[in-house]
Design a protein around this ligand. Structure first.
Ligand SMILES: Nc1nc2c(ncn2[C@@H]2O[C@H](COP(=O)(O)OP(=O)(O)O)[C@@H](O)[C@H]2O)c(=O)[nH]1
Ligand SMILES: [Mg+2]
Length: 242
């Protein structure tokens, strides 16, 4: 299976080198793609300087900050264009442990369309979160699952592997979601089309350097979009939206 690991970055100069080294160690044969939105801190240059040493590493330089969803849509388009079999989403800030990559990819090899690294299945963990963040994330996921009828425990997780042919079936350009809603949207669209989704436990660790780019606006975006999708599909009784 040819695998493309996509790392979206915005101001991750202090994190991207360690992330790339650890990913390369975990999946020696995968291709790596950093999608950088003109980070003022020079993230793209740091990543590019490692290309010779790590091999099969490219940096997609975009002209400005356009959001996580848009960065992944660009990465997925590369995976489809270049004929990869599997495409992986992973944060560049050290939150996702690259040693989980083989376990994330393996279900795809065995027939799944999407594997989600889940914080909310037995064995999943978020060691350092205060109760308020846990509460918001856990209940956010319950809200998503309830509204959309999704039998998933962690539809907002950004640590995932997709079967590229399953993605190629979806009109990616129709997606507009940028933050957590992007993750929900992808899972929802795939599930509604009959995709096989597997959740595996992960430990999510907080970043040590730099700042989160997710804001209250991104949480509100997710809440509103999810409610909108749920209502639309209830009213239209659509079984297979694209
Ligand atoms: N290219 C790109 N990457 C982004 C953008 N927003 C966030 N990221 C990256 O997406 C990953 C997850 O973002 P982060 O801020 O850590 O979200 P959090 O873990 O939910 O707080 C990190 O690697 C970020 O650098 C964006 O607008 N463009
Ligand atoms: Mg993060």
């Amino acid at each position: 299976m040819r695998t493309l690991v996509v790392l979206p970055t915005f101001n991750e100069a202090a994190n991207v080198e360690q992330a790339l080294r650890r990913i390369r160690k975990a999946v020696p044969d995968a291709s790596l793609l950093v999608v950088d939105d003109a980070s003022p801190d020079g993230t793209a240059d740091v990543a590019e300087s490692l290309a010779g040493e790590l091999g099969a590493l490219e940096v997609l330089r975009r002209s400005g900050k356009a959001g996580l969803g848009s960065a992944y849509r660009a990465g997925f388009a590369v995976a489809i264009r270049d004929g990869f079999d599997v495409v992986v989403e992973i944060d560049a800030d050290g939150s996702h442990d690259p040693s989980d990559l083989p376990a994330l990819i393996s279900p795809i090899v065995h027939g799944a369309d999407l594997t989600i690294g889940s914080r909310y299945v037995p064995g999943g963990q978020i060691p350092s979160w205060p109760w308020r963040r846990r509460f918001l994330s856990r209940w956010g996921n319950r809200y998503v699952a309830g509204f959309l009828g999704l039998a998933l425990n962690d539809a907002t997780s950004g640590y995932r592997a997709y079967r590229v042919t399953a993605l190629a079936d979806i009109d990616l350009d129709r997606g507009r979601a940028e933050g957590y809603a992007f993750q929900v949207e992808m899972a929802y669209r795939l599930v509604r089309r009959g995709a096989k989704v597997v959740e595996i436990p992960i430990a999510f660790r907080d970043r040590e350097h730099g700042e989160s780019k997710m804001s209250g606006r991104i949480v509100v975006e997710a809440a509103l979009l999810v409610a909108g999708w749920g209502l639309r599909d209830m009213l239209l009784r659509r079984r297979r939206p694209r």
